[in-house]
Structures are given as structure tokens and as C-alpha cells.
Design a protein around this ligand. Structure first.
Ligand code: 0O3
Ligand code: SF4
Length: 315
């Protein structure tokens, strides 16, 4: 006889408006200009998404120099340093920027602070493409990166009274609050957004996990190992009390041995993980347990972003 299992499904989960738009941009570009269309960096951090676009004719590269000049190129949702579109223009390439409008908003914020003569502190993860893109909006040395409250101690600004901070959009809300607190303590005059630049989708997915955590024995986050927002959901789950919280790319990654004896599992998905993979995971549970599904809905999302104009007009 199959054992009973309560399956809690987080809502919202999975695709955010920025990811949805970025994928649409690649699909519409393929439709408009035919294959191949080049994409600089994984359009979003998900192998399934990248593989399916590749099958439709997208070619993924890490650097612009790997693209020929006679094919269109798309910049990923994470954003690019200013030198990238500048190089594309110089090589007279046709490019479409799929940077999420909420990441672009941070770029504009950085630019505005810079024009007012402020030096920037960015809270984010070193080496992440969004951080490289945002830091690359300003000249070298104008943005100092911190990851933890301890890093704040090591900052050596030009003028401690002329500072502003910005953040990566996919950070842990709680960890970031601690870094902001450390910044405000050391630099009382620092200027920043009302709280941080963490986006609505990141915040909502973390909130749903926090609400779900006391109800579940284990949490599975569907997402890729290089997906920052997905990794944060695992951390949020662990911190909210889940003894077992794991990132899985799809059903075949589930460690069934580790789940022996559990009665309830929570499922969520990072902003770049497609719902088809969530369904695959749910089906894998249905095949092994007598499943009762429950929704844990903590917010409703109806945000949509338009694709760039060039793709809205006929060829
Ligand atoms: O930034 P992150 O590694 O979380 O990127 P993903 O997994 O592709 O998710 C989309 C988020 C994004 C494009 C930047 O905010
Ligand atoms: Fe945009 Fe937020 Fe999605 Fe990033 S996680 S693509 S900032 S909506």
C-alpha cells in the first residue's frame, strides 16, 4: 500500500515577468529573423529552457566576440555591462537587450547617483552576471561590492558622506537587511532605495517558502545550481526550519532515500524554472505516494513586461 503524503505547493513559484519576457524575446527573434539567433549568456539560468531554445535555433555564447556580425544577438535577462552594447554598436550588430526591466531600473539608479557625484556600494554576489552587468554601468572603481555585513568594515570610500547603495535583485531579503543595517551604521548619510532593490518576484517566492516551512518535513526547490534566486530559496527554507531543503533541477535529481519516512513535502521553483519541471516532480511523488496536494498562496502576481518594440513590429 502506498504511503500518504501531503504535498504543499508554493504560490507564487517559478517564472517571473522578467524571465517570461526574456524567453519570449528569444522565441520572437527566431520567428522574426530565423535561425540562428545568438544569445549572450544563458538567457535565464535554466538548462531545460536553454536546451529547448537551442533546439529552436538559438546559439548560446559567453562573449559577444563569439558572435558573427551578420546575425542578431540577444543579451540575457541578467543584464550586461555598458561595454557590451557599445561593442555591438561598434561592430554594427543587430542586438536585442533582454535585461529584465527591474534590473535596468537598478542600472538607471546607479547612473543617477553617479551623476550626483556619489560613489556606489553594491550588495551582491561576486562574479554573478547581474553584478558584473550592474557594476559595469559605471567606470571602474565607482562601485564597491559587498556580500556580507563583515565586508562593510573593509570599505574604503573616497568620501564616507558621498555614498549610495544598490543591490542585486535576487538576494535573500533577510540577509540583505543585515548588510543594509551595517552600511547605515557605518555610513549614516548613505543614500539608498526605501529598502533594497530586491524584486517583487524574489520577495514573493521567499515569503511563500517562509509560510510553508512550519508545515513541511522537507523542501524541494526546482532550479539550477547557477540560479542565484533558486539557491536563496533553499537557504530561506533551511533558515525557516526545514531540516531537509534541496535544490533539484528535475525529478531525476530527487534523493528518494533521504525522503524516507517523511509525511509532508513543500515544493517551490526559482524564477527561471519552468512549470513543466514542477509538474514532472509532482508526478514523481504521485507515482510513489498517496498524495494530497495543498496550495500555499501568499501573494498573487499579475505583472507583465512588454517585449522591445523591434519585436512588436512586423519584419
Ligand atoms: O540571477 P539569478 O541567478 O537568480 O538568475 P535566474 O535563475 O536566471 O533567474 C532570473 C533572474 C534574473 C534574470 C535576474 O534578476
Ligand atoms: Fe526581473 Fe525579478 Fe525576475 Fe530578476 S527575478 S528577472 S529582477 S522579475
Amino acid at each position: 500500500m502506498t504511503k500518504p503524503l501531503d504535498l504543499y505547493l508554493a504560490a507564487p513559484r517559478g517564472f517571473c515577468a522578467g524571465v517570461d519576457r526574456a524567453i519570449k524575446i528569444v522565441e520572437m527573434a527566431l520567428e522574426k529573423w530565423g535561425a540562428p539567433v545568438y544569445v549572450r549568456h544563458e538567457i535565464v539560468h535554466n538548462r531545460y529552457v536553454v536546451d529547448s531554445l537551442r533546439e529552436q535555433g538559438a546559439i548560446f555564447v559567453e562573449e559577444l566576440e563569439q558572435c558573427p556580425t551578420d546575425r542578431p544577438v540577444i543579451f540575457s535577462a541578467h543584464g550586461v555591462p555598458k561595454c557590451v552594447p557599445a561593442e555591438a554598436e561598434q561592430r554594427q550588430m543587430l542586438y536585442v537587450d533582454a535585461t529584465c526591466p527591474l534590473v535596468s531600473k537598478v542600472h538607471i539608479e546607479a547612473e543617477r547617483h553617479h551623476q550626483r557625484g556619489l560613489q556606489m556600494v553594491m550588495i551582491g554576489h561576486a562574479g554573478h552576471p547581474e553584478v558584473i552587468g550592474t557594476m559595469g554601468q559605471l567606470p571602474e572603481g565607482e562601485v564597491m561590492l559587498v556580500e556580507t555585513p563583515d565586508d562593510v568594515e573593509g570599505l574604503e570610500p573616497r568620501d564616507p558622506e558621498q555614498l549610495a547603495y544598490i543591490t542585486q535583485t535576487t538576494l535573500s531579503v533577510d540577509d540583505t537587511a543585515l548588510v543594509v543595517e551595517a552600511l547605515r551604521k557605518r555610513f549614516p548619510k548613505i543614500i539608498g532605495p526605501r529598502k533594497e532593490d530586491i524584486c517583487y518576484a524574489t520577495t514573493n517566492r521567499q515569503d511563500a517558502v517562509k509560510t510553508m516551512a512550519p508545515m513541511i518535513d522537507a523542501l524541494l526547490v526546482i532550479g539550477a545550481p547557477n540560479s542565484s534566486n533558486s539557491k536563496r530559496l533553499v537557504e530561506v527554507g533551511s533558515r525557516a526550519g526545514c531540516k531537509y531543503a534541496q535544490l533539484v533541477q528535475r525529478a531525476t535529481d530527487i534523493d528518494w532515500r533521504a525522503l524516507e519516512g517523511i509525511r509532508s513535502v513543500g515544493i517551490t521553483a526559482g524564477a527561471s524554472a519552468p512549470e513543466v519541471l514542477v509538474e514532472e516532480v509532482i508526478d514523481a511523488f504521485r507515482a510513489r505516494f498517496d498524495v494530497t496536494e495543498r496550495q500555499v498562496e501568499t501573494a498573487k502576481e499579475d505583472i507583465e513586461f512588454k517585449v522591445p518594440r523591434v519585436l512588436r513590429v512586423p519584419a
